[in-house]
Ligand binder design. Structure first.
Ligand SMILES: Cc1cc2nc3c(=O)[nH]c(=O)nc-3n(C[C@H](O)[C@H](O)[C@H](O)COP(=O)(O)OP(=O)(O)OC[C@H]3O[C@@H](n4cnc5c(N)ncnc54)[C@H](O)[C@@H]3O)c2cc1C
Length: 478
């Protein structure tokens, strides 16, 4: 009998397994595809590996501006090989961690057949990929089954070999000359940046008025403008407010904002209209777990409606990001440990907020395109919708010596800080477009999570020369 049975070995599942194993709990982790889940195998890591090659290519192409001459080309097959090497090394690393923390692994599908109830343990059927079926008992169950690409019923898209999702595009045999991207969210924008840097003509068709809908409305246009020419030879054209009507081969038919029909003729179409939680593989119904189309319903300690069953990560629909899955997994693991040990998992942070709960006030996000964009906390528009009056300051990236030294596209991108007008003038949001944004955005999360005030940030010392100094410079303008 196990203390905890975890279904799904992505960031949510393996991180929870580590934390529970570290607490000496007997853990069984069941993963039906690959350890590392979406993030490591077909998400965060492969995209960033490909993007890094594309950024290297662009930088090398621009080398003459930095006084470095080189005859540059790229080899897509070699780029793919490097991506596969990186993901397989990291997978081995996770397997090593599972061993280190005494976590038992089953490669196969897990399905809840009986929920834990009072003193009765829960039962999970595991169907190992090698064949056979075994039932396992667990005192509690944690579901981390993740998400998969959504496939809207657009006429002509189903079973069309020219239409791929993010997983399909990651391993495409060749770089398309013309790529149509349906959806201007994070995934669509990252792929648009990647393939335009490698020379493709990319068209992004987005139904909303702006790309990356949760971005600050002053910043999203900066990202769009900066993306138009990545320096790699390709281009990105954005069709905003346009609705895709049908697909025919690799030609996407859409209607414009004004209602007129247009067609984007491409070689390949990426369907990137979002992801849906996996609710149908692990016995949610049989266990009586509350779900909505957005995901498994949980409280802020990641408990489902069924005592003894927790859920974390994309499957909850709360935030479809790997670091959110990590945090939800930590919250769930701490709560499970307290439940198994009969203690309390509650604690409090410096700011007095309960620490072992899922909070989404300071979840940073990043788009790792060319250039990058990142943000955390409130946008100006969100503050206005909440009736909060704010002060704001923006500085262009080119004001940073480090940025100017290392980038040819100086002038593009900016850093924007938002704070409350009312005393104590807390920092409410940090938003950035430009290189390194993803690396320094955690600082904004720390400022917001710890409820620092404008005056507090003015006391901090930032290293020079760095791009993140712009945060301090912007704060001094507030
Ligand atoms: C192209 C792309 C790029 C991305 N880039 C980023 C990024 O840069 N940063 C970021 O934060 N996020 C990124 N994401 C999102 C990130 O991948 C997810 O938020 C993260 O993987 C969620 O982790 P998870 O553990 O909840 O689910 P998943 O990683 O989806 O893992 C769930 C696992 O459960 C397994 N499973 C499902 N049902 C069963 C079952 N019944 N039995 C056994 N196993 C089962 C699945 O096989 C899967 O491995 C990206 C996603 C995509 C698609």
């Amino acid at each position: 009998m196990y203390d905890v049975i975890i279904i799904g070995g992505g960031p949510g599942g393996y991180l929870a397994a580590e934390r529970l194993g570290h607490a000496k709990k007997k853990v069984l982790l069941i993963e039906e595809k690959y350890l590392g889940g979406t993030c490591l195998n077909v998400g965060c890591i492969p995209t960033k590996t490909l993007l890094n090659s594309a950024k290297l290519y662009v930088h090398a192409k621009e080398g003459e501006k930095f006084g470095v001459k080189a005859d540059v080309s790229y080899d897509w097959a070699a780029i793919q090989k490097w991506k596969d090497e990186v993901t397989s090394k990291l997978r081995e690393g996770i397997a090593g961690q599972m061993k280190r923390f005494g976590v038992e692994l089953i490669e196969g599908r897990g399905e809840i057949i009986a929920a834990p109830q009072g003193d009765r343990t829960g039962r999970v059927r595991a169907a190992p990929n090698g064949g056979g079926v075994l039932e396992h008992e667990g005192r509690v169950i944690l579901v981390c089954a993740g998400s998969v690409p959504a496939a809207p019923p657009i006429p002509g898209s189903k079973d069309n070999p020219k239409v791929v999702d993010s997983t399909g595009l990651l391993s495409t045999a060749a770089v398309p000359k013309k790529l149509a991207v349906i959806g201007g969210g994070v995934i669509g924008v990252e792929f648009a940046g990647l393939f335009s840097a490698l020379g493709a003509e990319v068209t992004v068709i987005e139904m909303m008025e702006e790309i990356v809908p949760f971005m600050d409305k002053e910043q999203a246009p900066l990202l769009r403008r900066a993306m138009k020419n990545s320096g790699g030879g390709g281009s990105v054209d954005f069709k905003l407010g346009c609705k895709v009507e049908s697909i025919d081969g690799a030609s996407v038919h859409y209607s414009t904002k004004a209602g007129s029909p247009e067609t984007c003729a491409a070689d390949l179409v990426l369907m990137a209209v979002g992801r849906r939680p996996v609710l149908d593989t692990w016995g949610a119904k049989a266990a009586g777990i509350d779900t909505t189309p957005r995901g498994v319903v949980t409280d802020d300690r990641m408990r489902t409606n069924i005592p003894g069953i927790w859920a974390a990560g994309d499957v909850t629909g709360k935030s479809l990001l790997a670091h959110s899955a990590y945090r939800m997994a930590e919250v769930a693991a701490a709560d499970i440990i307290a439940y198994l040990d009969g203690t309390s998992a509650a604690g409090s942070s410096v700011s007095g907020a309960a620490s072992n709960v899922w909070r989404n006030t300071a979840v940073p996000w990043a788009v790792y395109g060319i250039p990058e964009a990142a943000g955390v906390g409130m946008t100006e528009q969100e503050a206005a919708a909440k009736g909060i009056t704010i002060v704001k300051a923006s500085l262009p990236m080119r004001a940073s010596g480090r940025f100017a030294a290392e980038n040819t596209f100086a002038g593009q991108g900016s850093v924007k800080v938002i704070a409350a007008t009312e005393t104590p003038r807390r920092i409410l949001g940090l938003h950035a477009v430009g290189a390194y944004a993803s690396e320094f955005i955690w600082g904004g999360a720390a400022l917001i999570e710890q409820e620092l005030r404008v005056e507090d940030v003015k006391q901090l010392i930032f290293p020079h020369p760095t791009v993140c100094e712009l945060i301090r410079d912007a704060v001094f303008m507030l």
